[in-house]
Design a protein around this ligand. Structure first.
Ligand code: FES
Length: 277
């Protein structure tokens, strides 16, 4: 884990209210693994850093983050009543972040957390993204493709405008769109379509709102699909480094700290009903 003062290289609004910011931080880029996150200081007024998933890294040493500002999340999310952000904390920090300009400095800690695990013998990977949950999965897809694996992405959002644009996805992956209103791709919840592909997949990865995880668990149980699903939990964090225990969640192996033992867990090891996302 490094503490880095990084310069903003670019920031752009990929979808309304959803920003991709890239910063020059080669020490972090070289060490980062898909599913890990950064703790970002968001101005002088906020004492706590904000955890933000690493969205992608570049060979030139840039680290890119994907986040939403305060207003749009509810429109973007497939969950109507629960914000889904690549940031834990509600808006103020990410609003500040969205107002940064090229050349501004950011104080970063990372990479942190365990990240997704990729089995070297796996060939077919199924990725399931709900809303802004696409954030860490793009990095995972890029790494998987670079290793010659086949990637199928189920990309869901509540409405068409909340869908991550396909042109920003790595080449060579198979993408299936799902929206709740059916205006783009298939209609319904992205979780409904997981079981269609689960037999094909060697490994399954999901990132999205709690309702999506609960729905995947239900669908898998009803269809007797027994594939392990790795999911990324984004809970409120204090220190982000295992010191404050503010991110502890109950699991079948006892209490775990999301920042240290996660944020990636197996779906069947977490007591989802007791986790506040
Ligand atoms: Fe402090 Fe996880 S945020 S222990």
């Amino acid at each position: 884990m490094k503490r880095v003062e990084a310069s903003v290289v670019s920031i752009r609004e990929l979808m309304p209210g959803c920003y991709q910011m890239c910063v020059m931080a080669s020490e972090i880029a070289n060490a980062a693994h898909p599913g890990q996150f950064l703790m970002v200081r968001c101005g002088d007024k906020l004492t706590l850093r904000r955890p933000i998933s690493i969205h992608k890294v570049t060979e030139s040493g840039e680290v890119c983050l994907l986040f939403t500002d305060a207003g749009l999340v509810r429109e973007n999310s497939i969950s109507s009543n629960r914000e889904r952000m690549s940031v834990s904390g509600k808006g103020e920090g990410t609003l500040w972040l969205s107002q940064r300009k090229r050349g501004d400095k950011l104080d970063l800690l990372g990479p942190l957390g365990n990240g997704f695990w990729l089995d070297s013998s796996s060939r077919n990977l199924l990725l399931v993204a709900g809303g802004i949950g696409i954030a860490p999965l793009v990095f995972l897809a890029e790494k998987a493709v670079s290793q010659g694996k086949f990637v199928k992405l189920l990309l869901g959002a509540r409405i068409k405008e909340g869908l991550y644009h396909s042109e920003f996805l790595p080449a060579g992956i198979d993408v299936e769109l799902v929206t709740e209103d059916g205006r783009a791709g298939r209609k319904g919840m992205v979780s409904e379509y997981v079981v269609e592909h689960v037999d094909w997949a060697d490994q399954v990865y999901a990132c999205g709102p709690k309702a999506m995880y609960e729905s995947i668990a239900r669908e898998m149980m009803e269809k007797h699909a027994k594939k392990p699903v790795q999911l990324s939990l984004e809970v409120r964090m204090g220190c982000g480094m295992g010191a404050c225990y503010g991110c502890s969640i109950p699991t079948k192996q006892g209490m775990k700290r999301v920042c240290l033992d996660g944020p990636v867990f197996n779906l069947d090891e977490v007591f989802l009903e007791e986790v506040r996302l």
